[in-house]
Ligand binder design. Structure first.
Ligand SMILES: [Fe+2]
Ligand SMILES: [Fe+2]
Length: 457
């Protein structure tokens, strides 16, 4: 034990001496790991900021980009994570983002409007990629080549992201002078926060010892506003209590008597994506693999919405002819009930997604019969993704319930969620009836959501 201590002391002294003789210009494995860890948590916070702002911006195209870039940040995180697993040191991943990084990034993302947010986002992207660059130039091209490889992959999306974010900061709701002024003020704020953050990171300052500048707004428009904004091109559906089954209200879509209704249903999946934005942002202390899966799930739902919108437009429809669901949360994200996210996730992955799977399979088959190959292939790719999402649900749902001291198996969770859905529908009165209905899954789905007119193109 003593020997070990002595070795440690010697090691520290040797390093101090080496520094004096300028021998610290080379990065040891542990030095690379320290830098990668910091970058990885920054990427995580950027993924939260991008996903968190998705429901806050109304513009559909901007929503799809934020989903894509939230996913890219998450993937960057994964590349760094993979390399970190090979390097020495521990990650304590369940502790989540170190407080200094969390505080700095939340400050830099809580802007009063979208233009201001994008101004800050573009600035942070430029800074972060500059950090990657300076690290890359210090890596030994033989010793640390596996790290260099990861950084090369991360660099691929750099220009596109910076260009897009900069463009948004120029054009997103900056038509009036007030917005423009806010954005300029915000830029200054973010610059100071970034400098303080970098300094503190280098010097190991505790987050509580930092004197941050006064935050420019106490009413941020994002991330995670309690009510999501819809693009004016996507009219909001006013829910009607007479229609309890999903997609039952004839007011939703002019395609309700056609198999093409499938494309409309896909288009509405932007709502599922928005639910997952709150979920990704709000759930804490999970293993990083959970966030890798949740980010993929979220981005997939946006892809499903994009493919639906694209196909409707190809068929001569416009989104203005349909109604879309406005997502909201019951309270500010930190005040939600403990079961809010586990319940939401479980009803998405144990009811909505497996039931939609049945429709998708039948639709694919019929689209082939109608000679509409592209529509059929839509459904086929959709099923590939949905199968994965249901697996995510089985894997992470019980973990989320465990977090709130409600231990449950995947099977029990799925039964309980389906029983709850039947209660909502008023479709069963006795526990025996509920059991019977749940046993027959297609029958259960028939009660939960409407069937499509598969035989009419
Ligand atoms: Fe989907
Ligand atoms: Fe899905």
């Amino acid at each position: 034990m003593n020997e070990h201590k002595e070795t440690n002391v010697l090691d520290q002294e040797t390093i101090a001496g080496a520094k004096g003789r300028n021998l610290d210009r080379y990065l040891r494995p542990i030095d690379t790991a320290k830098r990668l860890k910091q970058l990885m948590w920054c990427e995580f916070e950027l993924s939260r900021a991008a996903f968190g702002w998705l429901p806050a911006v109304p513009d559909y195209e901007a929503k799809t980009r934020l989903a894509r870039y939230g996913y890219v940040h998450n993937q960057n995180m994964k590349h760094l994570y993979d390399r970190l697993n090979e390097l020495p040191g521990t990650l304590n991943e369940k502790n989540g983002t170190p407080p200094l990084i969390r505080e700095a990034f939340e400050r830099m993302s809580m802007a009063s409007n979208a233009a201001a947010f994008f101004t800050g986002y573009a600035f942070v992207l430029r800074q972060l990629f500059a950090e990657y660059e300076s690290l890359r130039l210090r890596l030994d091209s033989i010793l640390d080549a596996p790290t260099a490889d990861k950084l090369k992959i991360i660099d691929i999306e750099r220009n596109g992201m910076i260009e897009w974010a900069s463009g948004q900061s120029l054009f997103a709701d900056t038509e009036d002078n007030v917005s423009r002024e806010h954005a300029a003020q915000w830029n200054e704020y973010v610059t100071v926060v970034w400098l303080l953050f970098r300094q503190a990171l280098e010097q190991g300052t505790d987050v509580s010892d930092i004197r941050w500048p006064v935050h420019p707004t106490d009413q941020p428009a994002g991330p995670v506003p309690t009510r999501a904004s819809l693009d004016p091109k996507f009219p909001v559906y006013q829910s009607n209590a007479n229609y309890k089954k999903a997609y039952e209200d004839p007011d939703l879509s002019p395609l309700r008597n056609s198999i093409k209704q499938m494309h409309y249903i896909n288009a509405t999946e932007i709502g599922a994506a928005e639910q997952l934005c709150y979920f990704y942002y709000g759930v804490q202390h999970m293993p990083l693999q959970f966030y890798f899966d949740a980010a993929r799930h979220l981005w997939d739902e946006v892809r499903h919405s994009q493919m639906g919108v694209r196909r409707l437009e190809q068929m001569g429809y416009s989104t203005e002819q349909f109604k879309f669901f406005q997502v909201s949360i019951d309270s500010a994200i930190d005040d939600l009930k403990a079961e809010y996210f586990p319940d939401m996730y479980s009803s998405l992955t144990m009811v909505a997604e497996p039931c939609s799977f049945i429709k998708k399979r039948k639709s694919a088959e019929m689209f082939w019969k109608f000679g509409d190959a592209l529509s059929a292939i839509h459904c086929e790719f959709d099923m590939v993704d949905e199968r994965m999402h249901v697996d995510f649900g089985k894997k992470w749902g019980p973990e989320l319930y465990k977090q709130i001291n409600d231990p449950i198996t995947a099977q029990e969770m799925s039964e309980r969620t389906r029983a709850r859905r039947l209660e909502q529908l008023g479709a069963a009165t006795t526990p025996e009836q509920i059991k019977q209905i749940i046993k027959n899954f297609p029958g259960f789905c028939g009660l939960s959501t409407i069937e499509l007119e598969y035989s009419t193109y």
